[in-house]
Design a protein around this ligand. Structure first.
Ligand SMILES: Cc1cc2nc3c(=O)[nH]c(=O)nc-3n(C[C@H](O)[C@H](O)[C@H](O)COP(=O)(O)OP(=O)(O)OC[C@H]3O[C@@H](n4cnc5c(N)ncnc54)[C@H](O)[C@@H]3O)c2cc1C
Length: 416
């Protein structure tokens, strides 16, 4: 059997390991537009900061492909999938046949329709090649404007801040990290970043750029030397939607990664997941999700059904030395609702409850016990079985009732 994987990142690695857990003989081919060995994408900011190097960024050891008997086609882009002939077409014209195909093509930066942007130099921050191009453009005097105060924009700021003159960040939403933080949490993180020298223009879209100055919606003019666009990503789904695959924002799959097309699977940032905290389909563009989706798809392609049903948003981030841990469903109503919130100058914690369950949390500063809270959200442990005081004192399993302990350890259903 020949399995072809498009992409060579987290989901692809999960798939290779999933296939080999079930089948040592299948013929595996990996095709990647990037020229390099698989690497950990979140580390590109640490590379610019000088905290890691290309060798240490490898997501798997140097002999990974050899050990797993994987044929690699690096620096090749798949331009089409021919589902009738069961082959993919490469940009060099070559056709590679498959019995099973996995799309693990991730996403690409979304470049918003800002007047003047198309014709002026700008950078994105999604890949090793992006990081190297940006690095080459920076000088100690550069005034950098980053469009987007999400995770990627702020990690970019962290990566470059010690090697440039100043950094301004413009964000359309009224707060930073809008998809993972509420107002109180975002304010604390923002004040930390302002303390590190960053300037923010929030609730303010960039209306136009001309290569030297950005005009914001409120009329402000922000001069810059280097422009970085980090205003979201777009899943790479077109290879399959062009031949009829069902998709919402990303490809729709079952919990083993099967798309609506026969023998074609999808995993990672190009596929939607069912978020266990609310049962809704959405793109959960995080590394653990990509790996586990890929692994389930790999096993299924090799004939082993082990569905991945535990997808949920989990973020563990460090920004300029400040730790942020979030998981599960976050609601942004004013902090007057029933969800407890604690804050001081360095720390912020907020917990979200619903139907006798912890459904999500935000921890900033002191992120101790984030793992335990994540387990409580994931296992949907009834709150009245939890001794929160004991968790605060001692983060050990003794904090839970015997029934809750059994559920967390065995994944068993607790009807109490
Ligand atoms: C700066 C940054 C920081 C991040 N920080 C975190 C973090 O702290 N925690 C976290 O959980 N997640 C983080 N993420 C997100 C995480 O990196 C992604 O969720 C993860 O990489 C998704 O893996 P993937 O395999 O689905 O796709 P990707 O990593 O996007 O890889 C897809 C690959 O497919 C290739 N490809 C695409 N189309 C084709 C084609 N037609 N032909 C051939 N090859 C193709 C691409 O070149 C790419 O190599 C971060 C991302 C970035 C950019």
């Amino acid at each position: 059997m020949r399995i072809v994987i498009i992409g060579n990142s987290t989901a692809a690695v999960g798939a290779i390991e999933g296939i080999r857990a079930a089948d040592s003989a299948a013929n595996i081919a990996v095709i990647s537009a990037e020229m390099v060995h698989t690497y950990s994408r979140p580390l590109i900011s640490y590379l610019l900061e000088g905290k890691t190097d290309i060798d240490r960024m490898k997501y798997r050891p140097a002999d990974f492909y050899e050990r797993n008997n994987v044929q690699t086609f690096f620096g090749c882009t798949v331009t089409a999938v021919d589902a009738v002939a069961r082959a993919v077409v490469l940009d060099n014209g070559e056709h590679i046949g498959y019995d099973k195909l996995l799309l693990a093509a991730g996403s690409r930066p979304f470049v918003p329709p800002i007047e003047g942007l198309c014709g002026t130099e700008h950078y994105t921050f999604q890949s090793l090649a992006d990081a190297k191009s940006l690095e080459a453009a920076l000088t100690p005097k550069s005034r950098v404007l980053i469009i987007g105060a999400g995770l990627i924009g702020l990690k970019c700021a962290e990566g470059i801040h010690s090697r440039v003159g100043n950094i301004a960040v413009a964000e359309f939403a009224p707060r930073i990290l809008p998809s993972i933080l509420d107002g109180g949490g975002a304010a604390l993180v923002q004040s930390h970043l302002v303390g590190k020298g960053l300037t923010f223009h929030l609730g303010n879209a960039v209306a136009s750029v001309d290569g030297h100055t950005a005009a914001l919606a409120d009329g402000a003019q922000v001069p810059y030397d280097v422009l970085v666009v980090a205003s979201g990503v777009k899943p790479n789904i077109e290879l399959l939607t062009a031949i009829g695959a069902k998709a919402g924002r990303a490809l729709i799959t079952d919990s083993c990664g099967r798309t609506s097309l026969p023998d074609i699977f999808a995993a990672g940032d190009c596929a939607e997941s069912i978020d266990l905290t609310d049962g809704r389909r959405r793109v959960l563009a995080i590394l653990p999700n990509a790996y586990l989706q890929g692994r389930a798809a790999g096993k299924a392609m090799a004939g082993l059904e082990e569905p991945f049903t535990e997808a949920m948003p989990v973020n563990s981030i460090g920004l300029f030395g400040l730790h942020i841990g979030t998981a599960g469903a976050m609601r942004c109503e004013p902090e007057t609702d029933n969800n407890p919130q604690y804050s001081d100058v360095n720390n912020y914690r907020r917990f979200f409850f619903s139907d006798n369950r912890l459904t999500g949390f935000i921890l900033i500063g002191d992120v101790n016990r984030a793992g335990i809270y994540t387990a409580l959200v994931r296992a949907k442990v009834p709150i009245d079985t939890i001794n929160f005081a004991a968790i605060a004192e001692k983060p050990q399993l003794m904090a839970f009732s015997p029934a809750a302990r059994k559920q967390m350890l065995n994944g068993e259903k607790n009807d109490s």
